[in-house]
Design a protein around this ligand. Structure first.
Ligand SMILES: [Fe+2]
Ligand SMILES: [Fe+2]
Length: 163
């Protein structure tokens, strides 16, 4: 295993990461719509990495996986008191990223992408856009029983597979 993969796995096994995942899971246990679980984080990471490879961008794997694994980690706070989960996730991510050995510059880049993951960035080669787009594309609307009750606008729903 390469050193860069160790950083990714240190997020995956971080006690706070696991605690936040569990909190989200508790809030979403009877959620009808898409959940914010490890599967979603991994789907987002893998699509983001495919995009980086396809577009021949220079973002490394540890940066991409960190952004994707942590982008919704503050979702439980949104359930708790209504605060926006993009901003909450960025705050919670910072502490985990420091513990996992990410540099100051990397942390700024990752938390910026997390903060803006619900807004479409114009620059399609930016980390912000890659995270936004892979987050959206990770959802299997084509296989969803609740598609008609979901409040995503029709044009955002994935009616076929791209990744
Ligand atoms: Fe999100
Ligand atoms: Fe997400």
């Amino acid at each position: 295993m390469k050193v860069e993969d160790d950083k990714i796995n240190s997020i995956l096994t971080h006690s706070k990461f696991l605690d936040y995942l569990k909190r989200i899971q508790q809030y979403e246990s009877s959620r009808e719509f898409c959940r914010h679980n490890l599967q979603h984080f991994l789907d987002t990471a893998r699509i983001a990495y495919i995009l980086v490879l396809e577009k021949k961008l220079s973002f490394n794997k540890e940066l991409i996986y960190a952004a994707a694994l942590l982008h919704d980690i503050g979702r439980w706070m949104q359930y708790e008191d209504g605060r926006a989960h993009d901003a909450a996730s960025a705050v919670l991510a910072e502490e985990i990223l420091i513990d996992c050995g990410y540099s100051k510059e990397e942390i700024i880049q990752i938390t910026e992408a997390i903060k803006s993951h619900r807004t479409m960035e114009k620059d399609e080669n930016s980390l912000n856009y890659i995270l936004y787009y892979s987050d959206k594309k990770s959802r299997s609307c084509f296989d969803c029983k609740s598609i008609d009750r979901c409040n995503w606008p029709l044009e955002k729903k994935n009616s076929f597979i791209i990744y």
